[in-house]
Design a protein around this ligand. Structure first.
Ligand SMILES: [Zn+2]
Length: 251
């Protein structure tokens, strides 16, 4: 284990009592190839290092690490409604790709390394959600499912603020031609081309189109492409690597 080289840097924003934050890879204790702030528990890293990293990241945001709600992400569209942290056993964490809560002060977290992390909040209604949208989740509609779950708890699309975090961009995410066609058939806005002229998918653009269609107009996007940024983990670039996290919570 190496010592900390940096402080945790989480790019954060607040709106009406809702808080949104995305980590980068610095400020943790994990060794190569997970250096430094790997927050993923299922990627082969030392579990003690991940625990330390999760505690550091939470405290840097003013959060109690024991209260953070994580997911067992499986590239599906299932949503869990939560009102407190899961139990400590891995089996206690449900296999879902979105979590929603109307509990104030309960932080929800999503792990990514190229997939698009999506944070949603309707502070007036007191409802927040975190979702994991890779290419399969985009096609399956996990983000619309999360918005529907928020609406069921009293949220209004016009009251929702949405943030998408660091993810592989549409100029880098190369896929076979047929895959691009299949994804674009489901979500036309995801059609893209790499900077070298081959078929690509823009998951973040697709997520924003899905949100727009639902009437979520207050949307913000991270400027970072994980594959191009040395400050972020990228599965497509490095294969064995760490996971970034996005956090959303209400005062
Ligand atoms: Zn890129």
């Amino acid at each position: 284990m190496i010592g900390p080289q940096h402080a945790v840097r989480a790019a954060g924003s607040s709106a009406g009592g809702a808080h949104f934050a995305f980590t980068d890879r610095w400020g943790g204790v994990s060794a190569v190839p997970y250096e430094e702030l790997n927050l993923g528990g299922a990627v082969g890293d030392d579990p003690a290092a991940v625990r330390t990293n999760r505690a550091r990241a939470a405290r840097s945001l003013g959060l109690d690490p024991a209260r953070v709600v994580w997911m067992n992400q499986v590239h599906g569209r299932d949503v869990a409604v939560v009102d407190g942290p899961w139990g400590d056993a891995p089996a206690d964490v449900p296999a879902v790709d979105a979590v929603v809560t109307s509990r104030r002060g309960l932080p929800l977290a999503v792990l990514t390394a190229d997939c698009t992390p999506v944070l949603l909040a309707d502070p007036a209604a007191g409802v927040v959600a975190a979702a994991h949208a890779g290419r399969p989740g985009l096609v399956a509609g996990v983000v619309p499912a999360a918005v529907e779950a928020m609406i069921a708890l009293g949220a209004e699309p016009s009251g929702i603020t949405a943030y998408t975090g660091p993810a592989v961009c549409g100029r880098c995410y190369e896929v076979p031609e047929q895959m691009r066609a299949e994804v674009a058939a489901a979500v036309p806005a995801s059609w893209s081309e790499t900077s070298w002229g081959t078929p690509a998918v823009d998951v973040t653009a697709g997520v924003h189109a899905q949100l727009d269609e639902l009437g979520v107009v207050d949307r913000h996007s991270s400027p970072f492409c994980t594959l191009e940024s040395g400050d972020h983990f990228s599965y497509r670039r490095d294969r064995t690597t760490g996971r970034l996290a996005g956090y959303v919570w209400l005062d």
